[in-house]
Ligand binder design. Structure first.
Ligand code: ACO
Length: 375
């Protein structure tokens, strides 16, 4: 028998093959199905990227047209789901509502337990179409406002902003938000994707797998970092205070949210785009405060710790400049990442083997049982 070897946090452990996403952490490269993220952000749309992740190839114009229509046609939530949302406590964190809401969607899906590729693709489409509706509906219901019906004429990104604010986004906001969705769509075997694949590997259903992923994304060491970043920036308040603040935080050995990455040891290619978007959206809002504070923190983190910003750092000031509330940042991450989670669930289902690793046992081995009245 071979003795299992242990690697804390599974660092650098390869647990599967995958054809979906490639990361080169030394060169700062990120590819979806072989396509460079820089090309996809510059030339593609989120819908096109979702198609690519699920089908492994870019769509033709006709395929994309049909796919965009299909997605838009499935955005609406059952009135029973909206009624259930109205019964949730007003203080319910949007990530908790999303986790519960996705679980609820599963109960309403008649194809729930059909694991064929065709049914799984249909479920992935419904989940991707409906998660934005859930997020936007809760954001309004919790404030006593009515949800806004989706607009079939708007693309996935612009429609979310429409459902959230009840007004059409500017062209810059819609394009920037679409880029954010592309940038967050997939990232190999990150913690939430791994959670989704583990759940799928037991032959459980897609809704359970995505619910596992949402619960995993929520933590501040993963997708929850973007919310913590904006809270930090708001706490600092002005660019002139940023340098002293970050030095003191580092002296106190604080972990600075939005920095560092398990795989990238150079600039995260997603951060390159998000930095630019943060500045552009700050200019549009007439307030570069949060971008400027971010720049100071980035400079100090690089100088003091040699750490680079990750995807969560500049997405925070970008969303804030669009007027989006802090606790919606991580649900927005999920709105995009559901495309990657479901691509991975499809891949897991196609080549399934139960994921069941081992632990290196470090507990006692010769404990003698003591009857309860003698302990
Ligand atoms: N702030 C301060 N120090 C840091 C940070 C940070 N953000 N990140 C890493 N370090 C330091 C650690 O203190 C440690 O230093 P030490 O060796 O002197 O103790 C060293 O860098 C290595 O850190 P680990 O936590 O061992 O590295 P790991 O690969 O486990 O961490 C992680 C990756 C969890 C992302 C980490 O960088 C972190 O906590 N970042 C902040 C949270 C965050 O932004 N998460 C989002 C990641 S991207 C995503 O999931 C979408």
């Amino acid at each position: 028998m071979t003795t299992p070897t242990f690697k804390a946090g599974l660092e650098d452990v390869v647990v599967s093959t995958s054809e979906i996403c490639f990361i080169d952490g030394e060169q700062g490269r990120l590819l979806y199905r072989g396509y460079d993220i820089h090309d996809l952000v510059a030339r593609s749309t989120f819908e096109e990227v979702v198609y690519l992740l699920w089908h492994g190839a870019l769509p033709t114009r006709k395929e994309l047209g049909g796919f965009v229509k299909e997605l838009a046609a499935h955005r609406r939530l059952s009135p029973k789901i909206i009624a259930t949302l109205r019964g949730f406590p007003g203080k319910g964190a949007p990530m908790e509502v999303l986790r519960t809401g996705v679980s609820l969607l599963g109960m309403f899906d008649r194809e729930h337990d059909d694991h064929s590729r065709e049914a799984s693709l249909r479920k992935a489409l419904r989940l991707t179409a409906q998660i934005p509706t859930l997020v936007a509906a809760w954001a309004r219901i919790r404030k006593g406002k009515e949800p806004v019906a989706s607009s079939p004429r708007l693309g996935h990104a612009a429609n979310f902003l429409w459902m959230l604010f009840g007004k059409r986004p500017t062209e810059l906001s819609a394009k920037a938000f679409d880029s954010c969705l592309i940038l967050h769509a997939d990232h190999e075997f990150n913690a939430s994707t791994f959670a989704a694949r583990i759940t799928a590997s037991t032959l459980s259903d897609m809704y359970s797998a995505v619910t596992s992923a949402i619960g995993t994304l929520r933590g501040p060491l993963h997708g929850g970092a973007n919310e913590q970043v904006i809270r930090m920036l708001l706490g600092i308040g002005e660019p002139a205070r940023a340098e002293a603040w970050i030095r003191e935080a580092l002296d106190q050995k604080q972990r600075i949210m939005g920095f560092g990455h398990r795989v990238y040891h150079t600039e995260d290619p997603r951060a390159t785009h998000l930095r630019r978007l943060s500045e552009a959206l700050g200019r549009q809002a007439g307030d570069l405060t949060w971008y400027e504070i971010s720049r100071v923190i980035e400079r100090e983190m690089q100088a003091e710790k040699g750490l680079y910003p990750n995807v969560d750092f500049y997405s925070a000031s970008t969303y804030h400049a669009m007027g989006i509330e802090a606790d919606l940042f991580t649900p927005i991450f999920a709105m995009s990442r559901v495309s990657g989670w479901t691509a991975h669930i499809l891949e897991q289902q196609a080549h399934n083997r139960l994921i069941r690793p081992r632990a290196e046992y470090t507990g006692p081995t010769r404990a003698t049982y003591v009857p309860i009245d003698r302990r």
